[in-house]
Design a protein around this ligand. Structure first.
Ligand SMILES: [Zn+2]
Length: 451
C-alpha cells in the first residue's frame, strides 16, 4: 500500500471571519486537496506496479511476468518504461482530476501502450467516473435533468450539462433487468398511470407490477417490502405482464375491468385474484356518471357498496349475496353501466376473505390479513407521477428508461451498484488503507520541530 504524508500549509486571513466565511474558505481548501490526493494515488500505484514487474527504474533485474498482455502480440514479458501521457477525469465527485498515465513499450513488437486504463477500470475515452454519474442520475431520478445539473453545480461544485446526465441515465436504464422470479409464490400488485408521452393529447399508459416480499417495521409503522417485477410504457397490459407467465404468484391484485382480466384468467386459472377493494367503491362513480347520475345520487349507491365491502363481521356468503342484490337493484333502475361495472368485478371482490392467509397490513387497520387493496403500488405510482409530471413531453424510451432505473435505485440496490460498477459494500469494508488526520495545530508548520 503506497503511503503518503501530506504537509499542508495554509495561510488564512487574520481578519475576524464569521462562521459562514470560514466554512467557505475551508471548503475551497478541501476541494483542492481531493484531486491532489487522487492524482498522487493514481500515479504512485502505477509506479509501484511498474517497479514490481520491471524492477527498479535503473536496475537490470530479471523481469517478472506482467499482469497485463501486449495488445498487439499478447506477450506478457519484456516491457520497457516509455514515459507517460496526460489524462483528465473532468467529472468526478472530487472535481477535475488530472494525472499521468504510465506507458510501456513491448520489446517483442515495439508497441507502446498503457496497461493502466483497464487496471483502473476506465474506458478509452472516459472523462467522468461512474461513481459521479451514479450520483448525478440519483438526483435526476427525483427531479428534472435541468434542475439536477444546477443542483450539482451549486452543491457539488461540478459543472455538468443536463444532456450529459440524460445520456448517462438512458444508457444505464436500457440495461436494467427486472427479476420476475421475485414474483414467484408472492402476492403481485398491478397498476397503471398516464404519462405525457407520444403524440396523443392524453399521453400513454405506464404499467407497473410489484411483488410483495414481506413486511418490516420502520418508525413504529408496518412497511411492505416490494420489488418491481414487470414494467412497460405505451403497451397493452398483457404485453407488460407476459414475463409473469413464467412464475406462479400467490395472488394477483388488480384494478381494471377490461380484456386484461380475461388474460389473467387464461394465464393464471388457479391463482386467487383480487379486485382492489378501495377502488371498487370509488370508481363506481365513473360508471354511474355515464348512467347520467349526479354526484349526490351516485353517493347513495357508493355508500351502499361501501357498507357491503367493509363489513368484515358479515359472513362472506352474505356479503356476496348483498353485492348481487345491489347489482340487480342497479339493473332495475336502468343504471346499466353501474350494473355492468359491478358484475365484472363481483367474482374478484371478496378473494381476500375467501383466501384470508396473509400477513399484510391495510392502511386502516393494524391487524394482519390478506392484502385487499393496491395501495402499496399506488404509493409508488404517485412517486413516478411526481417525477414524470414536469410539463414537458417525454419520448417513450426516455420515460421508460428513467423510470426503470429509478425503480432499480429504490428497490434493487445490488443491481444499481452493478450497473455503475460500484462496490456492493461500504468503502470502509473494502479499503484496507487508512486515512488519518495526525494532528491539526495552528503553529508551527509541519517542517519545524517542536520541543
Ligand atoms: Zn507486443
Amino acid at each position: 500500500m503506497p503511503e503518503a504524508e501530506i504537509h499542508l500549509k495554509v495561510s488564512l486571513p487574520s481578519d475576524n471571519l464569521d462562521v459562514n466565511q470560514i466554512v467557505i474558505l475551508v471548503q475551497e481548501a478541501v476541494e483542492q486537496i481531493g484531486p491532489l490526493l487522487m492524482n498522487w494515488y493514481l500515479e504512485a500505484s502505477q509506479d509501484r506496479v511498474l517497479d514490481d514487474v520491471l524492477g527498479g527504474k535503473w536496475g537490470h533485474a530479471n523481469q517478472a511476468e506482467a499482469r497485463w498482455a501486449c495488445p498487439e502480440c499478447h506477450s506478457q514479458k519484456g516491457f520497457k518504461r516509455r514515459g507517460s501521457r496526460s489524462r483528465v477525469l473532468r467529472k468526478s465527485s472530487l472535481g477535475r482530476v488530472s494525472f499521468k498515465l504510465r506507458q510501456v513499450t513491448c520489446s517483442h513488437c515495439g508497441k507502446t501502450f498503457s496497461p493502466f486504463l483497464s487496471w483502473f477500470g476506465m474506458r478509452r475515452y472516459q472523462v467522468s467516473t461512474t461513481e459521479f454519474q451514479a450520483k448525478a442520475v440519483r438526483v435526476a431520478c427525483q427531479t428534472s435533468y435541468a434542475r439536477c445539473a444546477s443542483h450539482l453545480s451549486e452543491l457539488a461544485h461540478v459543472q455538468v450539462s443536463a444532456t450529459a446526465v440524460h445520456a448517462w441515465a438512458q444508457a444505464k436504464g436500457e440495461q436494467v433487468v427486472l427479476d420476475v422470479e421475485q414474483a414467484d409464490g408472492q402476492p403481485v400488485l398491478l397498476d397503471s398511470t398516464k404519462v405525457r408521452a407520444t403524440d396523443k393529447k392524453t399521453g400513454c399508459s405506464l404499467n407497473l407490477g410489484l411483488s410483495v416480499r414481506g413486511r418490516c417495521w420502520r418508525n413504529g409503522r408496518p412497511q411492505l417490502k416490494v420489488y418491481p417485477v414487470c414494467f412497460g410504457v405505451n403497451e397493452p397490459w398483457a404485453e407488460t405482464a407476459r414475463p409473469l407467465a413464467r412464475v406462479k404468484p400467490a395472488r394477483i391484485l388488480f384494478d381494471r375491468h377490461d380484456a386484461f382480466v380475461d388474460w389473467l384468467n387464461d394465464t393464471f386459472p388457479d391463482v386467487p385474484k383480487q379486485r382492489c377493494r378501495w377502488h371498487l367503491v370509488t370508481q363506481l362513480y365513473r360508471a354511474l356518471w355515464r348512467d347520467g347520475l349526479r354526484k349526490a345520487q351516485a353517493d347513495v349507491w357508493m355508500g351502499k357498496l361501501g357498507k357491503i365491502m367493509y363489513h368484515p363481521d358479515c359472513p362472506v356468503q352474505h356479503s356476496r349475496r348483498d353485492l348481487r342484490a345491489l347489482i340487480a337493484a342497479l339493473c332495475q333502475q336502468n343504471l346499466t353501466h353501474g350494473a355492468y361495472y359491478l358484475a365484472a368485478a363481483e367474482p374478484y371482490a371478496f378473494t381476500y376473505r375467501e383466501h384470508p392467509d396473509g400477513m399484510f397490513f391495510d392502511e386502516r387497520t393494524a391487524e394482519p390479513h390478506a392484502i385487499s387493496s393496491t395501495s402499496p403500488i399506488e404509493r409508488q405510482i404517485r412517486e413516478i407521477n411526481r417525477r414524470t409530471d414536469i410539463g414537458a413531453r417525454w419520448s417513450v424510451p426516455g420515460v421508460r428508461n428513467l423510470v426503470r432505473l429509478d425503480l432499480t435505485r429504490r428497490f434493487d440496490p445490488g443491481q444499481w451498484n452493478t450497473l455503475w460498477g460500484l462496490p456492493q459494500k461500504a468503502p470502509s469494508d473494502f479499503v484496507t488503507g487508512k486515512l488519518m488526520i495526525m494532528r491539526v495545530g495552528m503553529q508551527p508548520t509541519a517542517n519545524v520541530k517542536t520541543t
